[in-house]
Design a protein around this ligand. Sequence first.
Ligand code: NAD
Ligand code: ZN
Ligand code: ZN
Length: 329
Amino acid sequence: MKAVLLRGFGQPLTLEELAVPQPLADEVLVKVHACGVCHSDLHLAEGDWDLLKDMTKLPLVLGHEVVGVVDSVGENVTSLRAGDRVGVPWLHWTCGKCEYCREGREVLCSKQTITGVTVDGGYAEFLKAKAEYCAKIPANLESAATAPLLCAGLTAYRALKQSGLAAGQRLTVYGIGGLGHLAIQIGKAKGAVVSAVDIEEAKLELAKECGADWTGREKPERAHVAIVTAANVKAYETALKGLKKGGTLMVVGMPAEPFPVSAVRMVSGEYRIMGSAVGTRQDLRELLELAAEGQVRCRHEVRPLAEAGAALEELKRNRVSGRLVLQAG
Ligand code: NAD
Ligand code: ZN
Ligand code: ZN
């Protein structure tokens, strides 16, 4: 099969011929229809994150926003069969036994394995996945448009769910890329008044199309909830200043450097700062339902698998409107 490989941090991706993976007893082999190109793939390829660098498999097939069709199933798999259309997310496997897994917070499992990080992902014609971690894709959703929901959509969905954002409240989304343009739509679906901030004019146009009530480069009206999906420390500084008292900052975008927080300001405004990591299988089911109802739609452009490297380069230059999605053949 054709697959795009990362052979070392900071090295160009290479299109290579690999053996089709063999599913284990609890796994399925998935023929990839589409795989989204997430900004996290760029961070991973460049070795930006110390935390994940040590656990990254090398050489690695990147890609954790996958939709495809089950080609064959391992001997213990009963939940899926050949021909089912599934999504394969970032979470490849969790232990199911630790306190976090038992509490339904599997994203915190310290034994977790990760698609396109610790095991090969979807920049390929096939990948294998744990049957229990695949999501069935509603029939009315097209594969290429749905692939980015597996991470970008899921992450935005969980973050806004955790933020406690209520109907009628103000939400500001900082960074209108893959995650951000979906966060606007999810915010609108929750009944919020949504402002969108980005440094690129083209992204603000996309924000308007997604239903944003206000767009600009800075200073929207103060918000009950701010979500930062830009991989940029400055965006965090701006977002903290743009909160109403008692407001919540959702930490989603992951610049490698820390952002400054004033204890005095935090206390005087009783602000909350909360991280949110992709999403659980339950979050994913809820999001796919929302998408099937037509409330969330990913703006995307399809590129051939061989152009994965160029796609990452475009993302780095903030030139991507919505999401780029890779398709083989
Ligand atoms: P993207 O490149 O599609 O979007 C980023 C957007 O931020 C772009 O539109 C860019 O123009 C904008 N931007 C850059 N600097 C800015 C600034 N100073 N102010 C406002 N906007 C600015 O990226 P993406 O795929 O949406 O991912 C965004 C970030 O989220 C990445 O750091 C990624 O690793 C991270 N991420 C986190 C999780 C999680 O679980 N928390 C999951 C997926 C991705
Ligand atoms: Zn991602
Ligand atoms: Zn666990």
